[in-house]
Design a protein. Structure first.
Length: 273
């Protein structure tokens, strides 16, 4: 990649990550954005830098990065002065040397800082869809405000955590409803029968799409995403979780908003590479 393109990416990184005032105009920044979109090599370089920055941020190393940046500025200035004294170069050559030093130093700093973050590395190794499922999953609790005496048989079995009976009653029901489908899906989820759970939750959503209703819709969406995570299918879970997070009126919005989407995207990267 040309020096001009490398410089543009570095300035873009300065502004986005370090908040530095690079003096780059909005038009130039827009041009760099187009470069990242249209130039495959530039896109790969930018993706690498972004992953490194995300890893550093995840490890909570902002102060260390600032320290490294200050060291670089000092080293870059010393290197530039030394080179000018020994062999005064053209201005563009000096800028190229400093830029290359900056580029290499920033990349090395990101790698070193991540390697020093032993806890972050340990977390990265252990992080997976199933580990996120274990972290975020919580059992569904039926609304019992009506009292146990008014519960029907499938609700009573569910409240008693008799998952096998829930499935039997659901299968034997003369008429399948969103409630029986959802509770059967939850019973399958508790029994770790993830494929069956997914089928039940998707049936609830399909039924609502057909009828125009939203009976057990929010519950089915959230636990469908959880089921996909349990199956190590983060790509299937992410669109559902992003939809829930964007909808403040969703029953599970607050729960999803507390999830670490950095962790989710890191798992997505691990499982897709």
């Amino acid at each position: 990649m040309s020096l001009e393109k490398t410089n543009a990416l570095i300035d873009h990184l300065d502004k986005d990550f370090a908040g530095a005032d690079t003096g780059i105009s909005p038009e130039a920044r827009a041009a760099t954005t187009r470069l990242i979109t249209e130039d495959e090599e530039a896109a790969k370089e930018w993706a690498y830098l972004q992953r490194a920055v995300d890893a550093v941020q995840q490890a909570g190393l902002h102060q260390q990065v600032a320290s490294v940046r200050q060291q670089w500025e000092s080293q870059a200035e010393s290197a530039s002065e030394a080179q000018q004294q020994d062999n005064p170069p053209a201005e563009t050559t000096s800028a190229g040397v400093v830029r290359n030093l900056y580029r290499n130093t920033m990349r090395a700093a990101a790698v070193i800082l991540v390697l020093l973050a032993g806890g972050a590395i340990f977390k990265y190794v252990r992080l997976s869809s199933s580990s996120l499922y274990s972290e975020y999953y919580s059992s569904y609790e039926l609304n019992t405000s009506r009292g146990a005496n008014s519960q029907d048989a499938i609700e009573q079995a569910f409240t008693a955590h008799n998952w096998t009976k829930v499935l039997t009653l659901s299968a034997d029901a003369k008429t399948s409803t969103n409630k029986t489908e959802f509770l059967a899906g939850m019973a399958d989820l508790e029994l770790k029968k993830f494929d069956d759970a997914i089928a039940h939750f998707e049936q609830v959503i399909a039924s609502n799409t057909h009828s125009g209703q939203d009976y057990f819709e929010d519950e089915a969406e959230y636990y469908l995403a959880m089921s996909w995570l349990a199956k190590r299918k983060v790509n299937e879970a992410m669109p559902i979780l992003e939809k829930i997070k964007a909808n403040k009126s969703h029953l599970y919005h607050d729960k999803v908003e507390k999830m670490s989407f950095t962790d989710l995207r890191l798992v997505q990267y691990k499982e897709n590479k």
